[in-house]
Design a protein around this ligand. Structure first.
Ligand SMILES: [Zn+2]
Length: 487
């Protein structure tokens, strides 16, 4: 009896676990048995491996072959075990030399003719292998866009490439430093809407969630998209996190460059599509929006069941999915932008007549009250644009408006960083100056603010003070914070 073992990687959520693939060849009736993975996957893999070995110019031994994948209780929910299974058979039958494949881990799906295909999670496996001092033998990723530059290991195209010396295979290197260079549309090409633009600047600086409400066609979605151009550039760590999510989501490569994601979710989206799930577990929209923006357009049209699913991620920045045979945690730290009309017909407060009854309007707005609205710091009206403004020449060169905003945000970030270095865990409440304290108390009494609402006001006031580069929150900062929560 001869045997061989080779390593593979199972992907569970956004983590990789090493799996040992062991092949034994013994005398007996010719057969190929795979144990340690689901029966259905084993059956499919067996057919692909059998056919690929023959087509690649190797020979499937006419003996009894048993493949065992261990540990058996780790879910092996991808087709990437084809390659290590084939490799273990070829080593056990002495068609390939075992010593060449020490410290190597293999992952790739085989086609019937022996081509090697990428599988979801390849990048996660590559990063895990690098950490564990292994080299990943994998499908060549050059064609799949950005992920290529983030992959590490040896790329091979075809099972017959295994006959070549390993040195001659394409070495894929890990390059995490690429900066996004795609220019994002700025604030410059939006006419008017000064309040909304200011709210975007504040939201981008302090990471506040934002609600935009206004009639259809007032540019709420267009405004929401502009926040990407105001957010901080991705750090190396963030770029890797986003790439890993895209790696398991498979097929959602954004192109050559990696950027903060912007996910626009329609109200017909199911709770499962929003939070993720399935087998193997796939990230949902909230995870695909991680470190970027999640836009919920027409917020009142979302069902309570769907909105309730957002509570945990808004609180903790992650989502736990547990099913019968797995438990995974996906990151979901997104900036929420919600958009809604002021009334069911959309025209309340604009020049067009609104046909909605008071009762209808109240019911419509009540649909979004509660847990979600409670977590949105900034609530801003986006009125229909006055045609006069539309045709008016801009007061300054467009480019300048965006550049000034970027400068302001960068200064505010630097100021906050410095502020946090001197007092590591400051209570924002302590930064209120006496005048601001008085104003807050008056506002809380007359407007019946809850403790949470007061806290939100202080948070927004803190960000506005940072934009002013002042340590204290003054009445002026709080006044602006009050204006920016109109509902
Ligand atoms: Zn109406």
């Amino acid at each position: 009896m001869s045997s061989a073992r080779i390593l593979g990687q199972a992907i569970i959520g956004l983590a990789a676990q090493t799996v040992e693939i062991e092949a034994t060849i013994s005398n007996g009736l010719p057969q190929l048995n795979i144990v340690g993975m689901s029966e259905n996957r084993a059956k499919q893999s067996r057919e692909r491996v059998r056919s690929a070995i023959e087509h690649a110019g190797f020979k499937l031994p006419d003996r009894r072959i048993v493949i065992n994948l261990a540990p058996s209780d780790v879910p092996k929910e991808h087709a990437g075990f084809d390659l290590p299974i084939a490799l273990s058979i070829l080593i056990a039958s002495q068609q390939l030399e075992a010593a060449r494949f020490n410290d190597l881990c293999a992952m790739g799906e085989l086609s019937l003719t022996g081509e090697i295909r990428a599988v979801p999670g390849l990048l996660i496996a590559a990063l895990a292998c690098e950490e564990r001092g292994l080299t990943l033998l994998q499908a060549n990723q050059v064609q799949t866009g950005r992920q290529a530059t983030l992959s590490a290991g040896l790329g091979i195209h075809h099972l017959s490439d295994l006959k070549l010396p390993l040195r001659s295979m394409t070495a894929l290197k890990l390059d995490k430093n690429e900066e996004p260079t795609i220019p994002r549309p700025g604030l410059d090409d939006i006419k008017g809407q000064q309040t909304a633009k200011r709210a975007l600047i504040i939201a981008a600086t302090g990471g506040h969630h934002l609600l935009l409400f206004g009639p259809p066609g007032s540019g709420k979605t267009m405004l929401a998209k502009r926040i990407l151009g105001l957010m901080a550039p991705l750090t190396e760590q963030e770029a890797v996190e986003i790439a890993c999510i895209q790696s398991v989501a498979a097929g959602t490569f954004p192109g050559r460059m990696l950027e903060r994601p912007f996910r626009e979710v329609h109200h017909s989206t199911s709770a499962a599509a929003l939070i993720g799930g399935g087998s193997p577990p796939r990230p949902g929209e909230i995870t695909l929006a991680h470190l970027g923006v999640l836009l919920l357009d027409e917020l009142p049209e979302f069902t309570h069941a769907v909105l309730n699913q957002l509570r945990q991620p808004l609180e903790s920045g992650s989502i736990d999915l547990s099913r019968a045979h797995y438990k995974v945690r996906f990151p979901a730290k997104f900036q929420l932008i919600a958009a809604m009309n002021p009334c069911p017909c959309g025209w309340l407060g604009s020049r067009r007549p609104c046909r909605c009854s008071v009762e209808h309007i109240t019911r419509y707005r009540n649909r979004v009250s509660g847990p979600i609205l409670d977590r949105i710091d900034l609530q801003v009206e986006v009125p229909a644009l006055d045609p006069k403004i539309f045709f008016r020449e801009p007061p300054m060169r467009h480019q300048d408006e965006h550049e000034i905003a970027i400068d302001q945000i960068q200064q505010a970030r630097a100021f906050r960083l410095q502020r946090l270095q001197t007092t590591p865990q400051p209570d924002d409440k302590d930064a209120l100056d006496p005048g601001a304290k008085r104003l807050l108390m008056q506002a809380a009494q007359t407007l019946h603010f809850s403790a949470r609402a007061i806290q939100k006001l202080i948070r927004v006031g803190r960000t506005i003070a940072d934009l002013d580069c002042t340590a204290n929150i003054s009445p002026r900062h709080l006044e602006e914070a009050l204006v920016l929560r109109q509902t």
